[in-house]
Each structure stands twice: as structure tokens, then as C-alpha cells.
Design a protein around this ligand. Structure first.
Ligand SMILES: [Zn+2]
Ligand SMILES: [Zn+2]
Length: 235
């Protein structure tokens, strides 16, 4: 067994950026896990990216635990996109893996703040693999936000919302865009919708506890922002 030190800093074995450990969060709230020998990595995207090619820790070659493999293995990642109860063609599954792999790489580049490289991969997915891929559209909007191109982010996320009003964090980033543009009324509008959406999603029984606890943290943040924006307006 390994010991987790309160707030100690460790690097992800895949992307080498820092992971701040908090023992109370382990496996429930956090976006990281470790192999049985304590080699930490981000779940999204580093672990998911690695599991596409191997089920063993990249550092010590120990097989990941059943809990980890159950949730994040290549098979589970495919099942998230393609419903497991109907049979799929080999080619369809292969195409799905290609897209998952590309989007995981785009997310890794986002984590490393390499926005241009991330955009290239996202456009590649939308132009060549799957023009209607919602995760790719969301990542496009998020990348535009993170790189300070708020207008483009607004346009992208609005298109996504038009097709799927319930996309989990679309309204959240839309709120951040409007806030950054100094459009507080519109920001409030987006955050209120984000609040409704997140509340609805958190009530769905099909979500796993990890994504639920992450989303409820964001819900808390959204509630605080709404309170702040509302009190500023009434001044
Ligand atoms: Zn990482
Ligand atoms: Zn290891």
C-alpha cells in the first residue's frame, strides 16, 4: 500500500503536470487515480488515453484495479458512445475508438494549455470523422473560452445548445464567456440555465458518483456566481 500525504504535489505519469493530492477526495471527487504502486495520473484524459492501448501502469507495468478498469477501460469508453445492447460493426467500433482517442489527446493538450494543437485535433474530428460529435463541439467551445476567444466560444456553444439543451457544461462556459465579455445580464441568463441543467443532471440515477461529485462542485460555484451577479445588479 502507498501513503497519500495531505496536499502533497505529485506529477501525472502521462502528462507530467502537477496533481495536488487531497486524501479526502481520493476516487470520489478527484480527477486522478493511481496504480497499486502509487503512480498517479489524471483520469480525464490521461488514464482514458492510456487505457485505449494498455491496461497496465505505464511506469511499473502493474495491471490497474478492476474498479478502475470497470469504469474507464477502452470497452467502457466505447460503451459510453455506442450502446452495448445492440450489435455494432467492427468498422463502427474502430471509428469510435479513433474519435475517442483523438478527443482524449485534445483534452490532454488543453490541460497543457496547448490550445492551437488541441484545436487542430478537434477540427480534424469535426471535419473528417464525425461532424455531429457533441463532445468535439463542446471541447471546441471550451478551447475558445480558455484561449480568450470569447465571441467564437459563444457562437460554438450556442450552436451546441440549440441541438442539445442539456449538454452538461455548455451553459456554464457560455456564462463564463459572457462574464469575460462584460455582459453580466447574459451571463446571469446562462448561469441560471446552467444551474437548472446541472440540478436536472444530478437527479439522474444513471450518472456515476465520480462525475456527480464533480458536477455538484460546479453547481455550487454556479450558485455563488448567480448570487454575486444578482446582488451586483440590485446595487
Ligand atoms: Zn495527466
Ligand atoms: Zn505504477
Amino acid at each position: 500500500m502507498y501513503v497519500i500525504y495531505m496536499n502533497s504535489e505529485i506529477s501525472c505519469v502521462v502528462c507530467h503536470t502537477k496533481i495536488v493530492l487531497n486524501p479526502e477526495e481520493y476516487l470520489e471527487d478527484a480527477n486522478y487515480v493511481a496504480c497499486d504502486n502509487g503512480h498517479y495520473l489524471h483520469i480525464d484524459p490521461c488514464l482514458k488515453m492510456w487505457l485505449i492501448q494498455s491496461e497496465f501502469c505505464p511506469v511499473c507495468n502493474t495491471k490497474y484495479s478492476e474498479v478502475i478498469l470497470d469504469r474507464y477501460s477502452k470497452k467502457s469508453q466505447i460503451e459510453e458512445v455506442l450502446p452495448p445492447d445492440i450489435p455494432h460493426e467492427e468498422a463502427e467500433i474502430e471509428e469510435c475508438v479513433v474519435v475517442i482517442d483523438k478527443l482524449n489527446r485534445a483534452k490532454k493538450l488543453l490541460l497543457e494549455q496547448k490550445y492551437a494543437a488541441s484545436l487542430n485535433i478537434i477540427f480534424d474530428v469535426l471535419d473528417h470523422d464525425d461532424p455531429s460529435n457533441e463532445e468535439a463541439k463542446f471541447l471546441l467551445g471550451k478551447t475558445y473560452f480558455l484561449s480568450g476567444r470569447y465571441d467564437l466560444s459563444v457562437a460554438t456553444l450556442m450552436r451546441l445548445i440549440k441541438n442539445n439543451y442539456k449538454y452538461p457544461l455548455a451553459f456554464y462556459y457560455l456564462g463564463k464567456d459572457f462574464e469575460s465579455l462584460g455582459l453580466d445580464d447574459k451571463a446571469l441568463w446562462a448561469y441560471q440555465r446552467s444551474y437548472q441543467n446541472l440540478t436536472m443532471i444530478l437527479n439522474e440515477s444513471s450518472r456515476d458518483s465520480l462525475s456527480k461529485s464533480k458536477l455538484s462542485k460546479i453547481l455550487e460555484e454556479v450558485a455563488n456566481i448567480i448570487e454575486k451577479l444578482t446582488s451586483e445588479q440590485s446595487c
